[in-house]
Design a protein around this ligand. Structure first.
Ligand SMILES: Cc1cc2nc3c(=O)[nH]c(=O)nc-3n(C[C@H](O)[C@H](O)[C@H](O)COP(=O)(O)O)c2cc1C
Length: 428
């Protein structure tokens, strides 16, 4: 109850400093834990010193300080009472990490593949519209920072720059995917798909959680009317199959919110699926990616061997990345944070990537497994019992360290271990 009370306070945005539920015992600003960032010397309306940016969350406070209220609201907004937005941020508190001592962590490997393409980290910049609200160079900053860091960026079709301008900002050989909506206007859809192909984008994140309409987002509605989204409201399975004939690019449905739809995408032969509640901006009350992944373990564990799963929502820490990877995600997306970092331009986005990469490296080493390959689908590292109890009403059979199977196994199995778990039928 105390938690619900605090959520209501945050949703109303009554104060820039909110004392969170007493049991959490932390002062929060916009739902962010107080880590000692001193905004006192900052000038309102200006970009603060980049040296002050120590955590991913710091970039949000900087953006709030620097941007016009309507632009900050555009990025920050979420649907209805923002229950899902808040849940995305606090779900991590319900999961315990099992770190193992007595291992050699001197050899760090964070390289991974996403849809078969090599990248230097298992996190990527998710599609988010209108980067131009934060910086005049808009998405070009995100392209360049991602390119230099060797991570994936997937621009939004509602970007400030157009498809060709974004492609032109890429480094030689930089691999990018592109996001697309299912527009009611098929001519527009066909045109954009062919331009994405011609511009060298390698895959499509097809957003399927906007059925003709955007979520009701109060914070941004205070500055402009919501209006029509122009997305198709008749996006049935037939329409999906038809769309697959319009492009040769691999298609990854984005915005999948149930284990049922993950299974459907696997059965339909998609190479990957992207779990996302759109950062809490569409339906308020839907589950977080961690909860959906647990449900996939419960109902359809076989799909982990059939397609790649990407996930996002509230990822702000290295430990959040690791949690989703261990639950079976191949890679995880960052939505708002890079947009906030863009108030500093390319340098801000680069610093954000460095901050997260550094945290990830630290946490991997502290947890006793420095090879990212050995995190994917390795639930050994997690104790999700509290979440399972809350979400399903009872603990699941997903093997975590509290199961005898894991106690008898060495830590850090990775894909081999995951495959072994499937072979042993241990992922019921
Ligand atoms: C300002 C903003 C614009 C977004 N625009 C899009 C978009 O155009 N297409 C899309 O598929 N998702 C869009 N998203 C959702 C993100 O891709 C992502 O799912 C979400 O932001 C992840 O949550 P996070 O912000 O907590 O990291 C947008 C999110 C934000 C915050």
């Amino acid at each position: 109850m105390r938690l619900l009370g605090s959520v209501a306070v945050l949703a109303l945005g009554l104060s820039s400093k909110v004392v969170y539920a007493a049991d959490v015992d932390q002062e929060l600003d916009e739902g962010i834990a107080d880590t000692g960032l001193d905004t006192g010397p900052w000038t309102a309306g200006e970009v603060p010193p980049i040296a002050d940016m120590i955590t991913v969350n710091d970039f949000q406070i900087a953006a709030k300080n620097a941007l016009a209220a309507k632009d900050y609201a555009y990025y920050r907004t979420a649907a209805l009472d923002e229950t899902t937005y808040i849940n995305n941020l606090i779900i991590w508190r319900k999961i315990r990490l099992n770190g193992f001592s007595f291992t050699d962590v001197s050899d760090l490997n964070m390289n991974t593949t996403i849809l078969g393409y090599p990248f230097s980290a298992p996190f990527f910049i998710a599609p988010a519209a209108s980067a131009g609200r934060a910086h005049p160079d808009a998405e070009a900053n995100l392209v360049r920072a991602a390119g230099k860091a060797g991570i994936l960026y997937t621009p939004s079709i509602s970007s400030t720059l157009d498809i060709e301008e974004i492609a032109a900002a890429a480094e030689d050989g930089q691999v990018m995917f592109h996001q697309e909506y299912i527009w009611a206007n098929e001519t527009r859809l066909r045109d954009e798909l062919s331009r994405m192909e011609a511009s060298g984008f390698k895959a499509l994140f097809l957003t399927v959680d906007n059925t003709g309409i955007n979520g009701v987002r109060d914070r941004s509605l205070r500055f402009s009317s919501g209006g029509e989204s122009a997305h198709s409201s008749t996006f049935t399975l037939d329409a999906l199959n038809r769309l697959r004939t319009l492009t040769d690019l691999p298609i990854v449905p984005k915005g999948v919110k149930t284990a049922h739809d993950v299974k459907l995408c696997a059965d339909l032969g998609f190479p990957a699926v992207y779990l996302s509640n759109h950062g809490g901006r569409q339906v308020d009350g839907v589950p977080t990616a961690a909860e959906i992944l647990l449900d996939v373990h419960r109902q359809y564990p076989e799909v982990f061997g059939q397609l790649e799963i990407y996930a996002d929502g509230g990822v702000r820490r290295g430990t959040h990345v690791l949690t989703l990877l261990a639950l079976g995600a191949r890679a995880v997306g960052l939505g708002r944070s890079p947009m906030y970092a863009n108030v500093f331009g390319e340098a801000g986005v680069s610093r954000l990537i460095d901050v997260l990469r550094q945290e990830l490296e630290t946490e991997m080493k502290l947890m006793g497994q420095a090879d990212i390959d050995r995190w994917h689908g390795n639930t050994t590292f997690l104790n999700t019992r509290q979440l399972e109890l809350e979400y399903f009403g009872a603990p699941l059979d997903v093997p975590t360290s509290s199961t005898p199977f894991v106690h008898s196994a060495p830590p850090g199995g990775g894909p081999g271990r995951r495959a072994a778990m499937f072979a042993e039928g241990d992922m019921s």
